[in-house]
Design a protein around this ligand. Structure first.
Ligand SMILES: [Fe+2]
Ligand SMILES: [Fe+2]
Length: 337
């Protein structure tokens, strides 16, 4: 980056042989090793399953994916850009550039799914629904406003709450169905997205913790209270959103357990204490099974199989995210293969 005072005479080239924070390099390697594209997944192999589902299930899939498209659009257009402005190392900027691009891949994936499963009129209805849904607009605008907040730590909290909490009301549907052996290729895309979001939430949470430790005790207390209030606010909105999406199919209570479980995960990514009583053992085991981010091994080039061929990726462990000597508790180890 150009030095503000000397911007016409001095610019530093990024040197990956002098990495300031090894977490940046480890995260870059993990994210690039798990790179994928929606166009490699044979979504049309799910058409038989899709035709076997009823109108209620179709609406549910369409609307949860409409909501997820909105959140990934927000991440790709405003979220990572807002975090880039407060990156402390050039390698962190590189990682955020990678994340920003993958958010565009995520957002586009849902359009590939819609194109395969829905008619043009149904696709129009999905985007119309998303643009008018009150709860969806509330959370997107709430998070987007925070992305324009001058406090970089609030921007990080907003991003982690989106990555590790807000996505999960939508993820529940494909995970539930794949747990019942339905719509496996669509679920493969969702699992690849979840695997990315897991790294994003952990990494940005780690960067939050590093900055948080520089604050005074009073500032830390204020920010912590603010973060819990924000999560409560988002949770209230999510409760209404979940009613709308899941009341018809009768899954409201189960989805809320899953949301509370992921709300705790989001807090732990930030190094904060969980606030809900729900643990992994309370979540519908069919969905927990589906959330395992292991993907079937497939031939990348011939697109044979119902998924994606991936490089050998070693998962980051909690030890990789040690901040100030204390282990980072929020690493989504149970979401990893
Ligand atoms: Fe995403
Ligand atoms: Fe993300």
């Amino acid at each position: 980056m150009a030095d503000e005072k000397n911007q016409f005479t001095h610019y530093d080239a990024i040197n990956w042989n002098k990495v300031i924070d090894p977490i940046d390099k480890a995260t870059w390697e993990k994210l690039t090793e798990q790179f994928w594209l929606d166009t490699r997944i044979p979504i049309s192999n799910d058409l038989k399953d899709w035709r076997g589902l009823g109108q209620t299930e179709h609406r549910l899939y369409d609307h949860v994916f409409g909501g997820l498209t909105m959140l990934d659009t927000l991440q790709s257009q405003d979220g990572m850009f807002s975090l880039l402005k407060s990156a402390v190392t050039p390698h962190e900027r590189a990682v955020l550039n990678n994340i920003e691009f993958m958010e565009s891949v995520h957002a586009k994936s849902y359009s590939s799914i819609f194109e395969t499963l829905d008619t043009p009129a149904e696709i129009d209805e999905i985007f119309d629904w998303a643009s008018k849904n009150e709860q969806l607009q509330y959370k997107a605008n709430k998070i987007n406003a925070l992305y324009h907040d001058p406090n970089p730590l609030k921007r990080k909290v907003a991003s982690v709450f989106l990555e590790t909490f807000l996505f999960y009301s939508g993820f529940y549907t494909p995970l539930y169905f794949v747990g019942h052996n339905k719509m496996a290729n669509v679920a493969e895309i969702i699992k690849l997205i979840i695997r990315d979001e897991s790294v994003h939430g952990t990494y940005i949470g780690y960067k939050f913790q590093v900055a948080f430790q520089q604050l005074s005790e009073k500032e830390q207390q204020e920010l912590t209270t603010w973060a819990y209030d924000l999560l409560y606010d988002l949770y209230d909105n999510e409760e209404n959103y979940t009613h709308q999406l899941y009341d018809d199919i009768g899954w409201f209570d189960d989805v809320m357990v899953f949301l509370r479980y992921n709300g705790n995960k989001a807090l732990m990514n930030l190094g904060l204490e969980p606030m809900f009583a729900d643990g992994a053992e309370d979540v519908n085991p069919v969905v927990m099974n589906g959330i395992s981010t292991s993907t079937a091994n497939h031939d990348f080039f011939s697109q044979v199989g119902n998924g994606y061929r991936l490089g050998e990726v070693e998962d980051l462990s909690a030890d990789d995210y040690q901040v100030g000597g204390s282990k980072q508790a929020g690493l989504d180890s149970d979401k990893e293969s």
